[in-house]
Design a protein around this ligand. Sequence first.
Ligand code: TRP
Length: 335
Amino acid sequence: MVKQRVLTGITTSGTPHLGNYVGAIKPAIVASGDPSIESFYFLADYHALVKCFEPERVHQSTLEIAATWLALGLDTSRAVFYRQSDIPEIPELTWLLSCATAKGLMNRAHAYKAAVADNEAADEDPDQGVTMGLFSYPVLMAADILMFNAHTVPVGRDQVQHLEMARDIAARFNHRYGEHFVLPEARVDEHVATLPGQDGRKMSKSYDNTIALWLPEKQLRKAIMKIKTNSQEPGEPKEPDESTIFSVYAAFADQRQRQQMRQAFADGIGWGEVKQQTFELINAELAAPRERYEALIHNPEQIERELALGAERARALSRPLIERLRNAVGIRALR
Ligand code: TRP
């Protein structure tokens, strides 16, 4: 049986937070244990350059995100774990695909259109601050995916359009040069909880409401204590489904714990106590990986070794494919 290939990229422009963990990293690591799938997870460092112009930050984020996946137990003997920029066939494929991509298709990309709309609203030149990197971002992403003929790409809702573009680009290329690419499909996981941040909105860097994943214990507790609640007193029954702290608790709890916490809300548990229990639950889950994380961060050579092995496995696939594609487009030896 052909295994389902699942692939996803993580842009290396920030520090991992609890929302990334609950919404993406944890489910991906669990999924990679499924024997019927072959998973490809990579650090999208070329993508980071589109929006982050601080070299130290890109570098530090790459280290932190790589250490995070390894500390959380990604089994790299199963999943192929690599850094995008270690695969020179990806930028090469990006060019081949660019030449099969309609500019009109890229004009419709949400991120690009939003930048233009902001400029127009501010009475600026519509292309103010728009780089070719931002404009052709979806082609690079298509190359990431098509390079490994992934069937399924788990992404957030905001990335679904990019997957449609990847399919469109793949289909055009196939039509012109023969059936080289699988048409990939986005998978937006509906039941993975989106974790709220301290202010109750979705935890996101753009809202500045995140809790970093690897805070030391004391700071983690403090950050959880800052999650917004209403002014109900201990003893008053509380409504879990309107409570941010309940959602955070629930994202880490099993069925039985959730049920018990619901009961505690009905019985009037105080907010301080809910927060303390939430802290203890999260901390229990993260304490052991946190130690591994600290060790890895201080031993980047070990991370480099993992990434080098991942790149070798990835390139065992990308080299022959790019060879076939070069041949297909007419770039070959003159003999
Ligand atoms: N653009 C994705 C994001 O911002 C990251 C990414 C880059 C990606 N290449 C990818 C995701 C390929 C899935 C597949 O979240």
